[in-house]
Design a protein around this ligand. Structure first.
Ligand SMILES: [Zn+2]
Length: 258
């Protein structure tokens, strides 16, 4: 894909702005909060005559875009590379594969590797943010919702274990919808496993996601009972024993004790 075409796609999608008209919503004058416009010297200046505010943002059309760090350092920006690495991430290509797939004819493999490394990181931030928005808007209704937490990373620091990248996953068994919330890193002493979920951590997330007619299927951790109060609960789930949403007895009243 030629550079100009890739640039047009990115402008159309709102990733970058047009050179002479940087997106209004991104850069405002910090003196009055009004619009700033690029002058002949390409510096941004406030549209008010009497305001002397100038911006040090040297390429305003690329500000708050994935290209700004490169562009402000004087490098050539690679619009097509961004689109190609997007595609590679979408087909779950590993970094080295992606470097082969997204490389330009005259680009060295090493440079393509650097490009993939740079853009993959940015794509992942975008995906994580999209996931956060999705999870905050997803409300389950008339469904059996299984809830559990897990972590995808951890390390030992000075004798205590740091449980990182913790997630709360909610899965609707009937409608096959799901939501994943990210949780804070937790620390446990010695070789012990992740500390149990707390009520205060789970309550706002669960109460925001569980709508009308939901039957919750948590495992036996205590925090769930309080956090899912007001909703009917399926008992008998044990993730340790690999039992998920079994055909178990449904409580008659929401909040009734086991
Ligand atoms: Zn101003």
């Amino acid at each position: 894909m030629p550079k100009q075409k890739a640039r047009a796609v990115l402008i159309q999608q709102g990733v970058i702005g047009r050179i002479r008209s940087p997106p209004r919503e991104r850069i405002a004058c910090w003196n009055r909060g009004c619009f700033m416009k690029p002058q002949r010297d390409n510096l941004l200046r406030c549209v008010h005559d009497k305001c002397t505010v100038r911006s040090r943002v040297n390429q305003p059309h690329l500000a708050y875009s994935p290209f700004y760090a490169q562009a402000s350092a004087g490098w050539d920006v690679n619009y097509a590379g961004l689109l190609r690495t997007c595609y590679c991430l979408g087909i779950k290509a590993a970094n080295d594969q992606a470097a082969h797939l997204s490389r330009d004819k005259d680009q060295s493999f090493r440079s393509a590797q650097d490009m993939v490394h740079l853009f993959y990181k940015k794509h992942r931030v975008v995906l994580a943010y999209a996931e956060k928005i999705h999870a905050s808007q997803e409300v389950f209704q008339d469904d059996i919702v299984e809830v559990d937490t897990g972590r995808t990373s951890g390390k030992t620091v000075g004798g205590s274990r740091h449980h990182q990248r913790r997630l709360l996953a909610l899965k609707g068994r009937l409608q096959k919808t799901w939501a994943v919330h990210s949780l804070e890193t937790k620390i446990s002493d010695g070789k012990r496993g992740s500390p149990p979920e707390t009520k205060s951590e789970m309550t706002p997330l669960l109460q925001g996601s569980l709508g009308k007619g939901v039957v919750v299927a948590p495992d036996s951790a205590h925090a769930w009972r309080a956090a899912a109060s007001g909703h009917a609960r399926l008992t008998g789930v044990s993730h340790l024993r690999k039992i998920y949403t079994p055909a178990s007895r449904l409580q008659k009243k929401p909040g009734q004790k086991d």
